[in-house]
Write a protein that binds this ligand. Structure first.
Ligand code: SF4
Length: 315
């Protein structure tokens, strides 16, 4: 089947000439939206484990985590190159000295890139300078993954993100000055968002010239505020068919150069009240790809809105 969107694994293969795998690193960090710095309780969907349900213990050193993970992946997938992915919680929410130590520890053999997951309000020049020095000294690429979830700043308030859209724009512009890649995380089935928000998500990322995007589907964890509302039937989740439509619309409006890391998220099995309509993530991905094929849809099909669109009548 013809590829109708820019797939991350293929992009990595083009860039590094071989299969590249991301290996998660779990640091003993927290998040300013949980410890009271910008908020308490965190985003309404955030479980105790953050996003790191597939991670090793944060009591292991960075080197140990890399060693264990690379050995496993080398054997299982014959991978040769790796991305050290600081995944869980907010990985720049650390004293600068500690942050520097951790990222330098990740510069191991066959690690070609360091990816740092963080919040848009946790990026500044001092941290970017550390990464820039590391890039120059070690010749390792840098990517920053930023959780936005939606461009709808009313929804951002409802999910208690603790930042608005402006912080995301600021972070992306700062990251660009250093020439690092940005990857924006979005959730396309937030119950408060509609198709217009989905389109605006794609348009904003394209206008900001971000390099990558990772799409998630909202999952609901027991014991969270969202879980409580779900159990009280105070929450209407969209149907899977609508999620599929939303992803396709998003891709059609997205700049065809943007690399797509994922079309749908995964979730832990334990303690999860709602996830992916009880369907495997890869089945939903196949449905999205099948529907795109059927309807002759492709990434960028509706990407015609930048660069002074209204002036084209004078061409
Ligand atoms: S920013 Fe991430 S780690 Fe922090 S509360 Fe929200 S989801 Fe949890």
């Amino acid at each position: 089947m013809e590829k109708r969107y820019r797939i991350y694994s293929e992009y990595l293969k083009e860039k590094y000439g071989t299969k590249v795998y991301k290996i998660p690193i779990n640091l003993p960090v927290t998040c300013p939206n949980r410890d009271g710095t910008v908020g308490v309780g965190g985003c309404i969907y955030c479980g105790e484990e953050g996003a790191g349900f597939e991670n090793l213990s944060n009591q292991l050193s960075v080197q140990e985590q890399i060693e264990i993970n690379t050995q496993y992946i080398r054997e299982k997938y014959k991978a040769e190159k790796f991305i050290a992915y600081f995944q869980n919680y907010t990985n720049t929410f650390l004293p600068l000295k500690d942050f520097k130590e951790y990222v330098y520890q990740a510069c191991q053999d066959d690690v070609v890139q360091i990816a740092i997951s963080t919040r848009p309000d946790c990026i500044n020049n001092s941290y970017l300078e550390v990464l820039n020095d590391l890039k120059k000294e070690k010749g390792i690429d840098i990517a920053i993954e930023l959780g936005l979830q939606t461009v709808n700043y009313h929804t951002l308030k409802k999910i208690n993100r603790g930042h608005t859209l402006a912080e995301l724009v600021d972070a992306v512009l700062q990251i660009k000055q250093y020439g690092f890649e940005s990857c924006i995380h979005l959730i396309l089935n937030l119950p408060w968002d509609d198709q217009d928000d989905v389109i605006e998500n794609a348009k904003l990322l394209s206008a900001l010239r971000v390099e990558q995007v990772k799409l998630h589907s909202l999952y609901i964890v027991e014991g969270t505020l969202l879980g409580k509302r779900y159990q009280e039937s105070d929450l209407q989740m969209i149907a899977m068919e609508e999620y599929i439509e939303r992803v396709i619309t998003f891709l059609e409006y997205l700049d065809p150069d943007v690399v797509v890391q994922r079309l749908i998220g995964r979730a832990p099995k334990e303690g999860t009240l709602f996830v992916n309509w009880n369907t495997s993530w890869w089945k939903i991905r196949d449905m999205i790809e099948g529907k795109m094929e059927e309807s002759e849809s492709y990434q960028g099909k509706q990407f015609d809105y930048l660069n002074g669109k209204a002036l084209r009548k004078f061409d």
